[in-house]
Design a protein around this ligand. Sequence first.
Ligand SMILES: Cc1ncc(COP(=O)(O)O)c(C=O)c1O
Length: 389
Amino acid sequence: MRHVYLNNAATTWPKPPEVSDAVYKFMTLAGANASRGSASERDLRSLDILFTARERAAKMFGGYEKAAPQYVTLTQNVTHSMNVVLKGFLKEGMRVLTTSVEHNSVIRPLRELEARGVHVGIMQCSLRGFLAPETLEEALRERADLVVMTHCSNVCGSVQPIEEAAHICAKRGVPLVLDCAQTAGILEINAGALGVAALCFTGHKGLLGPQGTGGIVWKPEFAEECAPLLEGGTGSLSHEETQPSLMPDKFEAGTQNLPGVAGLDAAFEYIEKRTAAAIAEKENELGRRLEEGLLSIEGMRLTGPLYDEAPRLPVYSFNIDGIDNGLLARDLSERYGVEGRPGLHCSPLAHKTLGTFPQGALRLSPGCFNTKEEIDYTVDAIKELAKNR
Ligand SMILES: Cc1ncc(COP(=O)(O)O)c(C=O)c1O
C-alpha cells in the first residue's frame, strides 16, 4: 500500500536528512554539555551549536538589532515558550486578550492564570477563522496589559492580519505575543519591525527540526519585565544562589536539549538555503490542488477561507455529510495509507468558532515534501470513501 503523510500541521515529516545527520553527529562526535565542562574542543562545539541556533533564529524571525542572539530563548516547544512568556509576565489583576481560534497551548496557561486572578478576554473570530482588526480595536477600548494570538490557525489555516494587529497594539502601547507554531519557517515574519514583544515558535513543524525544540524571540524591554518560569543551573555565575538576570541564561535553567538544538540548527540552515518563500510556494501549490479536489467531493463541508478569498496556509479541516470524521480518518489510513488527523486538534475554541464542535473535523495538511500525485491520490481515495458511505 502507498503511504501518504498529510499531517504536517501536527509535525512535519520527513525531515531533511541534514537534520537527522546533525542529531546523530552531535550524539556520537560532540555530546558535551554546554558551559559545564573544561572548555575542551567538545565543550566549545556544544556552545557553538547553541550560539548559531540562536543567531539563525534571530535572523529568521527578525530579532531586535541590539538584542540578537542573546534575546533568543531556546525551549522545548511553543507550548513551553507560551508558558514562559505568559506566566512570566501576567500577574493578578492584569487583563489579557486572546482570540477564539487559539490552540490549547495558549488557552490552558491562560485559564490557569485566570484562576490566579488574571482577567482573560476572548476576542471572537469570524466563521472563517479571522480576527477582524475592528474587534481588536474595540477590545482595546478597555485597558489591557497583553494581547496574545496565533499567526495561523492550526485547524482551518487562516492567517491572521498580524501587521494590523501589531500596529493597533503599538498605538495603544500593549505588548503583542505571537504563536507562530504554524508559520515559522514558511511565512516571513520580522518581530523587530512589527514591534512584537515575544515571538514564540516550535521547531518540529514548518521549521523541519526535531521534536522537543522551540524558542522565543524577545523584545529586550519585554524580556526584562518577565520573571523566569524555572530556576536552576545555567553553567554561568555559579557563585550566585539566585537565577541570573543575564540573557539568555535568565530563561534557560537546566541542560538544554542539545541533540535537538543541533538538529534545529541544521534545519534553520536548510531553510535558509531553500528559502521560506520557496517552501511556501510549494506548499501553497499543493494546498490549492487539495482545496480544488476537496471542493469537488459531494457533501464536503470545508472550514476556513478559500485561497482566493483570504490569506491562508494549506491546513484543511472538513467533514463530509453522513460520515464520522474519525471513521473517515481510520479508513483513509487503513485502506489507503493516508495519514491525517481527526477530532479537535487541541483547539476546542477554534472548532466552536468554526461550527465543528464537538464532533471536530478531519484535518489534512500537506508539507514541502509532498507531491501533486499524493494530493490527487488522496482526493480520489476520499471520493471513493464518500461514494460508498
Ligand atoms: C497554532 C499552534 N499553537 C501551538 C501548538 C503547540 O505546539 P507544540 O506541541 O510544539 O508545543 C500547535 C501544535 O499543534 C499549533 O498548531
